[in-house]
Design a protein around this ligand. Structure first.
Ligand SMILES: Nc1ncnc2c1ncn2[C@@H]1O[C@H](COP(=O)(O)OP(=O)(O)OP(=O)(O)O)[C@@H](O)[C@H]1O
Ligand SMILES: [Mg+2]
Length: 259
């Protein structure tokens, strides 16, 4: 298998709202086997780019593909079925479902199981539900969360809620994992735990993309980094290359790096 072709690509992506150019025709490539960072000041367009890649936004121009297959026009659920999943900048767990059930929703997104079946009181549904619960528990165990499967998200500290979101994203074994500010709202020790979790999730089959303001996290886990400013890629390369790029230094000295 040629891993280089297993990449999520965006070419010439241009997005505007009411005449305001949010993304100005940018090219990105997120490869399997790599953790790619996407950094840049507030309002640079990072979340908007994720929204274009996942199908939440339709860019006015540009091509989006995974492993050479065009994704333009496919709605988010269809892209999720193809293994392209995300977590959100603001934790988006269902408060009335247990942690385990929240993670089970991630299997439904994968599209292989009949999610409705799993909640019907038929033998088929019960079997399906048990299988989903087992997969959810395996994902929770990987993230050190097995103990809290029966709890509700609101009972957990923010760091754990983030990890539950990640468990929900990875339970369906995605090929592309887009994480929007996974360390937002976490304290230092929670961020360290998250860093370990992300390293553990990295694999040759997975293209992981991390939008993050926490530079220590980005610099320590990423193989490659794109720097976005005002809807344009202004730098890309290894953490060392990006860190020593004068344009990047200027952008970060001119804004709040610790934000
Ligand atoms: N649905 C929308 N309608 C109008 N403008 C939008 C919409 N979505 C994003 N924008 C604008 O696009 C620009 C980029 O926003 P975006 O959320 O992508 O930035 P970001 O890099 O994720 O910032 P942050 O680091 O603060 O999360 C902002 O000016 C924002 O107001
Ligand atoms: Mg954002």
């Amino acid at each position: 298998m040629d891993l280089m072709t297993n990449a999520l690509r965006g070419e010439g992506i241009a997005l505007s709202f009411g005449g305001i150019k949010v993304l100005k025709g940018l090219d990105v490539e997120f490869r399997a086997g790599e953790i790619t960072g996407l950094i840049g000041p507030n309002g640079a367009g990072k979340t908007s780019l994720f929204n274009c890649l996942t199908g939440a936004y339709s860019p006015q121009q540009g091509a989006i593909s995974y492993a050479g297959e065009a994704l333009n026009g496919l709605p988010p659920a269809a892209r999720a079925n193809k293994g392209i999943v995300r977590s959100f900048q603001h934790v988006a767990l269902c408060p009335d479902l247990t942690v385990r059930e929240n993670v089970m929703v991630g299997i439904a997104r994968n599209g292989k199981s009949g999610w409705l079946d799993a909640f019907l009181p038929l033998p088929r549904g019960i079997r399906e539900r048990e299988e989903m619960a087992r997969s959810a528990d395996a994902a929770l165990a990987d993230l050190g969360l097995l103990d809290v499967g029966e709890r509700f998200p609101g009972e957990l500290p923010p760091g754990m809620q983030r990890l539950v979101e990640i468990a929900r994203a990875v339970v369906g074994k995605p090929s592309v994992l887009l994480l929007d500010e996974p360390a937002a709202g976490l304290n230092n020790s929670e961020t360290r735990d998250l860093t370990k979790v992300l390293r553990k999730l990295a694999s040759t089959e997975l293209a992981m993309v991390v939008v993050e303001h926490d530079m220590d996290l980005v610099m320590s886990i990423c193989d490659r980094i794109y720097v976005l400013n005002f809807g344009e890629i202004v730098a890309s390369g290894s953490p060392e290359e990006v860190r020593s790029n004068p344009d990047v230094v200027r952008i970060y000295l001119g804004s709040d790096e610790d934000d």
